[in-house]
Design a protein around this ligand. Structure first.
Ligand SMILES: O=c1ccn([C@@H]2O[C@H](COP(=O)(O)OP(=O)(O)O[C@H]3O[C@H](CO)[C@@H](O)[C@H](O)[C@H]3O)[C@@H](O)[C@H]2O)c(=O)[nH]1
Length: 452
């Protein structure tokens, strides 16, 4: 009787995302997934920067999803007014980002007030806010951490955290294996994030240490991935590392099919792609945060021109009228007029990857991009830049091998008749009855049971 009553209780989940595109986008998808499965949702934003994106994304969900905009203490940590999100920080490795993270730690009292008022059934807190677990615990509210990345990267970074293999090598370039790991994966210290490599007491080092510690004692972890993609690592994460986790992705596939977009409303680049042959264009983009200096951009431009291939290249730079662009070889745009398209600012990445003219993706291996590419069946050229992207690159290699196994060789025919691609398995995972939807239902059941 008791559990039946529980199963009808409407859940209320509060989402508290880190204010960067790579975290906000999957959080919006997750919030909509929760809402369309009957949960009430509140999203806390610590900047107004994302209000337009969020409001538009949830316009059909307004009765189910509330937004609360809290104030980021910019002035209190010595940041100019308005610098309240990582995209507003000019140099991500400089002093401002340290201040930004210090400001994040001061959001506690505002979170506490909201949780006290709403008393939700769970808090989904971004990994950058590990302290949120203790705030929620004051009210007996279970906290689910959201890292934004895959099981593979979580297992790798946990192993490096626990065993510190990088402290046992004599140079940044000496190879070592990730210890206590399902596969033999070789890496070097130079590929670890700086804050892990040097343990330098920076704000990021503190956050990552706290996050690893909280991960083992919070209610559990939500993962934007699907079981079939990285079965060995999903099992390792749960059974060997002992983490409670639910894989509920690929979250972006919960959005309506992008191919259905009204052709009159199509972005220019999609119209351009319509005029190209299948698999003839390479898409080049490094996510929402990576920044390159003019010399690096010049190298990329030169490489693209020399490749002889058609391309779409996303560059996070505005064109200033009448100002000579230092980062492009002279006459580049004129020469590339027919062959290449530079998108300045924001590109419609998912529809681009899903377009049949796109045959390859040069990516920094942000997890969202990796997953989007895998699901679109687009091969990747990997160019990791920061964070856990070097781990994602290793999983990308494993995926590439898995895709080859599906596409080539003796077993191929039989396997192809069962599954067309890894992407199709992903699409099935988020359909009713698929592995991710089952995990979501298990989570909802667990949360209802956790109510006292
Ligand atoms: O012009 C653009 C640029 C990006 N995107 C989208 O923005 C997201 C970018 O996410 P991701 O590929 O994960 O890259 P980052 O923005 O760099 O993500 C950060 O967050 C990820 C999730 O935690 C981590 O895996 C990365 O290392 C970290 O840099 C993806 O959904 C893209 O489709 C666009 O739609 N248009």
């Amino acid at each position: 009787m008791g559990s039946q009553t529980n199963d009808h209780h409407q859940l209320h989940a509060v989402f508290f995302p880190f204010m960067a595109q790579g975290h906000v986008i999957p959080t919006i998808h997750m919030a909509k997934l929760f809402a369309s499965n009957g949960s009430k949702v509140t999203i806390i934003l610590s900047t107004s920067y994302f209000i337009p994106l969020l409001s538009k994304s949830i316009e059909n969900y307004t009765s189910m999803i509330d937004i609360i905009n809290i104030k980021f203490p910019a002035a209190e940590v010595g940041l100019p007014e308005g610098v309240d999100n990582p995209h507003a920080v000019a140099n991500p490795s400089g002093d401002m980002i340290q201040k930004y993270f210090r400001g994040c730690r001061q959001l506690g009292p505002q979170l506490e007030q909201i949780l006290d008022q709403i008393r939700p059934d769970c808090l989904v807190a971004d990994m950058f806010f590990p302290w949120a677990n203790d705030v929620a615990a004051k009210f007996g509210i279970p906290t689910l951490l959201f890292h934004g990345t895959c099981c593979f990267a979580l297992c790798a970074s946990t192993s490096v955290f626990l065993h510190e293999p990088h402290k046992k090598v004599s140079s940044d370039s000496e190879h070592f294996f990730i210890p206590d790991f399902p596969d033999k994966i070789e890496i070097t210290r130079s590929k670890l994030p700086e804050f892990v490599r040097y343990d330098n007491g920076s704000e990021l080092t503190k956050v990552f240490k706290a996050m690893r510690e909280v991960e083992s004692r919070c209610y559990g972890v939500l993962i934007n991935s699907f079981y079939e993609l990285e079965q060995g690592y999903a099992d390792h994460y749960r059974k060997v590392l002992g983490r409670k986790a639910w894989q509920i992705g690929p979250l972006f596939l919960t959005e309506p099919n992008n191919k259905m977009v009204d052709s009159n409303n199509q972005h220019e680049c999609l119209k351009w792609l319509n005029s190209k042959k299948p698999n003839s264009v390479i898409y080049v983009s490094f996510g929402s945060l990576a920044s390159f200096n003019d010399e690096q951009l010049m190298e990329i431009a030169t490489g693209l021109e020399a490749s002889g291939h058609q391309f779409i290249w996303v560059v996070k730079k505005e064109k200033v009228k009448g100002v000579e662009e230092e980062w492009l070889p002279e006459g580049f745009e004129e020469r590339m007029k027919e062959r290449g398209l530079i998108i300045r600012g924001w590109a419609p990445q998912v529809p681009i990857l899903e377009h049949e003219a796109v045959g390859g993706f040069v990516t920094h291996c942000g997890w969202n991009s990796t997953l989007e590419s895998v699901c679109a069946g687009v091969p990747m050229v990997t160019w990791p830049v920061a964070a856990e992207q070097f781990y994602n690159e290793k999983l990308s290699e494993a995926i590439r091998n898995a895709v080859s196994k599906i596409m080539e060789g003796e077993e191929a025919e039989e396997m192809r008749s069962r599954v067309k691609s890894v992407g199709e398995i992903g699409r099935n995972a988020i359909k009713e009855g698929g592995s991710s939807m089952l995990d979501l239902h298990v989570l909802f059941h667990d949360l209802r049971s956790a109510r006292h």
